[in-house]
Design a protein around this ligand. Structure first.
Ligand code: BES
Ligand code: ZN
Length: 858
């Protein structure tokens, strides 16, 4: 039995919670009465607690006088053992606990957050973040997702403050100068979904969505930034009620922007918390990408109110049931809200990120065993979210959207207020689809990796093969299980065949290693993964690839072009396609107007920039200009009337790339002029261009500009503006400036919610990486002490930018000697990605510099 799991002879039913936080001393006192069911006679109750002092424990029931328990705390196991002198008989008991704790600054459990007002005075608020296993830091509890219970919370706060929790306020009274807020009972739910926020905070007027009042909360002065979040909040709530066929399960819904927040947002029932950039925005001043992010986060968390909150995975190994679904539902909702945003096409970028990690030997299956809390935290990754959502999309398209939705409805109804696992979902989907689902899906959920589908033409026969795709040959993971040979998947494919000017689509479920299909006479071309929903890569025999490329851009959909480039790039990194061939291919996309196609092209240019020796960089920069300039010239620097949001975003992305990695002097000079103009008059300016200007100016800037941007970061008017300037501080080239930025990641000037991301950027920067790596090594303990719990994990992703053999050796040496564990397979994945870059550098550098060298003179 797993030592981290609690014994199950005593089960909580209801928590009466009372908490009294003191925002001046950063302390809280708490009391709780937990109604429990004792299932077997026992003298012992074991529950979770961490960083709490438990002062007193008593237990009572109708027939018995109260018994006092002795209390033993085990900090390493995060547990508390209560022992009673008499046996507790089976039945219902009331356990009373008195405890106290501190409002920590680690953005977990019950923690403090602070902000400065306009006059520069600092204010403190208190908030919670419990997922995955930190409710135990706020009150002793059975902190596992399947110990669902009712929560009835009372908060005792300063009379000048406001508080929000999961349900509506039921009563409010003043007593001894304190405000006592009693919140209504929640429905039966998991501990990780409980939340309270206390401070001087303001709400918008409620918007009614059916019977549900919806509000946005923020620190004083920011309500003007709430409108957009409210709109997508209201839309997605309606959308989900309709899709799930179930009313919103709570009694109200508050969306709260918290100045210090570890992740992006958290789906606490009825009290969703966000970092400010993920909720508050000035719509007129934001880029398309920034708005898309907010819409996505809000929709994602709202989707959780059913998927996650109403029905919860039984244990953390099934986290994908929460997160993959919320991610999938987020796309559906945002796509329904703004079809013109083409959300499913942009989802290709997320799918590509999952394909990257899942192409490593150190990947893991979506569902993966979890024991210790650290392992639960490591589950929040691209495999759970993006691979999970991709697999759901593939399944939805295969079964049909209505069948899929009805299966989801069946699943939610069957398990409402309870827990479920993956098998339960297959049962519901199978019931509605009238076909067994596990044969199809298990390979995608319970096994690592995905197939590479290769297509070739043999006379009039199309030969389609599948084999696992990995970047590096063989297994580098000596500890792992032996590599499965001939791993096969059931692959739903959609194949478009063009012959004699006509196209036909064939839907095939590939299950064999090789499948052959006859093609019609006068065959012209074949496209595998039409519409792009499949979670696999495609490799075409050279002749077939050339025929497809002829169709670019007009006769292939954006997602199909995206996949074509993305798969070609992956094949190149894997050594299956010569780098020269890939670079040739990029020329065929010069006129492409899809921002996602460009995102992958630009990402590949960055990768190449990182592995080249400094002397070779100018040639690569010239090559980048050759690829990007024509389209930008055509688009111009200012939007044309009637131009859509995606083109505006594309303009910004191209500009940024041309002015930074393309190092285009003219663009840099023009950007400086325009930036000046924009400072005088922001209104006539397209917001999609401004962040690009900031990035370009940082890239080519010196001390004066650094100081200016530092000030703008400190005095920014919106969370987005603050973020742009903050990130720009990692985008300068002079090392003495980057050294300053590094220093600010541990001196309190940059919030700990942001600092790990800044360090990550610096590790990825060719100008900052050596410096940043030294800094990380020298300040590891400090960072570990300061940053929120996932901070180091996020930060360390930057080591994949340390792509020289010497740095790679040093990285290994550091992590080995420090015995660093980032949870799950995270560190192995970073190291494998680093190794991949170094290997590629060895193999491809010569051909690469030879190729780009030709661009210098022209
Ligand atoms: N449940 C997560 C929040 C979370 C993340 C808790 C990591 C514990 C550890 C939430 O629903 C979520 O997924 N948030 C995302 C944003 C989302 C739009 C992808 C996040 O925080 O990045
Ligand atoms: Zn989520």
């Amino acid at each position: 039995m797993d030592v981290y799991r609690l014994p199950r002879h005593v089960i909580p039913v209801r928590y009466g919670l009372r908490l009294e936080p003191d925002l001046k001393t950063f302390a809280f006192i708490g009391g709780e009465t937990v109604t429990v069911t004792v299932l077997e006679p026992t003298t012992e109750i074991v529950l979770n607690a961490a960083e709490l002092e438990i002062i007193e424990a008593t237990i009572e029931n109708e027939g018995n006088a109260s018994l006092r328990g002795t209390i033993e705390l085990d900090e390493t196991m995060e547990r508390c053992r209560l022992t009673f002198s008499d046996k507790l008989r089976p039945g219902t008991w009331r356990l009373n606990l008195a405890f106290k704790g501190t409002l920590n600054d680690k953005l977990r459990g019950f923690y403090r957050s602070s902000y400065k007002d306009q006059a520069g005075a600092t204010h403190v608020l208190a908030a919670t973040q419990f997922e995955a296993t930190d409710a135990r830091r706020a009150f002793p509890c059975w902190d596992e997702p399947d110990f669902k219970a009712v929560f009835s919370t009372t908060l005792v706060i300063d009379s000048s403050l406001t508080a929000v929790s999961n349900t509506a306020v039921q009563s409010e009274r003043l007593e001894g100068g304190k405000k006592i807020l009693r919140f209504g009972d929640t429905f039966r739910m998991s501990t990780y979904l409980v939340a309270f926020v206390v401070g001087t905070i303001e709400a918008t007027e409620p918007v009614s969505v059916g019977r549900t009042p919806l509000r946005v909360w923020c620190v004083p002065g920011k309500r003007r930034l709430a409108k957009f979040g409210l709109e997508i909040g209201a839309f997605s709530l309606r959308f989900f009620e309709d899709y799930y066929g179930l009313p919103y399960p709570g009694d109200k819904l508050d969306l709260l922007a918290i100045p210090d927040f570890a992740s992006g947002a958290m789906e606490n029932l009825g009290a969703i918390t966000f970092r400010e950039t993920a909720l508050l925005v000035d719509e007129q001043a934001a880029t398309h990408a920034e708005l898309e992010r907010i819409a996505g986060v809000v929709a994602h968390e709202n989707a959780h109110m059913w998927f996650g909150d109403l029905v919860t995975m039984s244990w953390w190994n099934g986290l994908w049931l929460n997160e993959a679904f919320a991610t999938f539902m987020e796309m559906l909702a945002v796509d329904a809200w703004k079809p013109e945003w083409q959300r499913w096409t942009t989802f290709g970028v997320s799918r590509a990120a999952a394909l990257s990690v899942d192409g490593l030997h150190s990947t893991r299956p979506i569902e993966f065993s979890v024991t210790a809390p650290r392992e639960a935290d490591a589950m929040f990754d691209v495999l759970t979210y993006e691979k999970g959502a991709s697999v759901l999309r593939m399944l939805e398209q295969y079964l049909g959207p209505e069948v899929f939705r009805d299966g989801v409805r069946d699943y939610l109804r069957a398990h409402a207020y309870g827990n479920a696992n993956t098998g339960d979902l297959w049962v519901s989907l199978g019931r509605v689809a009238k076909q067994p689902v596990p044969e199809l899906t298990d390979g995608w959920i319970f096994r690592p990796g995905y197939p590479l589908i290769s297509v070739s033409l043999d006379g009039s026969v199309l030969v389609i093969k599948q084999q696992r795709f990995t970047y590096l040959p063989g297994s580098t993971d000596a500890k792992g299980p032996p590599k499965e040979v001939n791993q096969r998947w059931q692959v739903p494919t959609q194949i478009k065949i063009t012959a004699n000017g006509k196209t036909e689509t064939r839907r095939l479920l590939l299950s064999e290693e090789e499948t052959q299909i006859q093609v019609p006479k006068e065959f012209e071309s074949v496209l595998v993964n039409e519409d792009g929903h499949g979670f696999y890569r495609v490799r075409y025999a050279p002749g077939l690839l050339e025929r497809l490329v002829q169709l670019v851009p007009d006769s292939l959909a954006p997602i199909e072009r995206f996949n074509l480039v993305n798969d070609a790039w992956a094949a190149t990194v894997a050594g299956l396609m010569p780098i020269t061939e890939y670079l040739d291919l990029t020329a065929r996309f010069r006129a492409d107007r899809d921002k996602n196609v460009w995102a992958i092209l630009i990402e590949s240019f960055h990768f190449l920039h990182r592995i080249l020796a400094p002397a070779e960089r100018p040639a690569l920069e010239a090559f980048v200009r050759d690829r990007i300039s024509p389209l930008l010239t055509e688009l111009g620097w200012t939007p044309k009337p009637g131009e859509n949001d995606l083109i505006r975003q594309l303009r910004g992305d191209l500009l940024r790339a041309l002015g930074t990695i393309g190092n285009d002097r003219n663009v840099q000079a023009r950007a400086a002029e325009l930036y000046l103009a924009s400072r005088k008059d922001q209104t006539t300016f397209d917001p999609n261009v401004l962040p690009a200007l900031i990035a370009i100016l940082a890239h080519s800037g010196h001390a004066a500009r650094y100081n200016e941007f530092w000030e703008r970061f400190r005095s920014a008017a919106t969370p987005q503006e603050e973020r742009r300037y903050l990130y720009s501080l990692a985008a300068f080239q002079p090392v003495e400036l980057l050294q300053q930025t590094l220093a600010h990641t541990i001196d309190g000037e940059i919030r700990t919610q942001d600092a790990p991301f800044i360090v990550r950027l610096l590790l990825m920067s060719i100008y900052g990486r050596v410096l940043a790596w030294k800094f990380v090594k020298a300040n590891w303990e400090t960072m570990d002490r300061l940053y929120p719990k996932n901070g180091l994990r996020r930060m360390c992703e930057g080591v994949i930018g340390l792509a020289t053999p010497e740095l790679e050796r040093d990285v290994h040496e550091f992590f080995t000697s420090r015995k660093v564990d980032l949870g799950g397979k995270t560190l192995d994945q970073y190291l494998e990605q680093l190794h991949l870059a170094v290997t590629f550098r060895e193999h491809a550098s010569a051909a690469l510099s030879n190729y780009v060298g030709k661009f210098l003179t022209s």
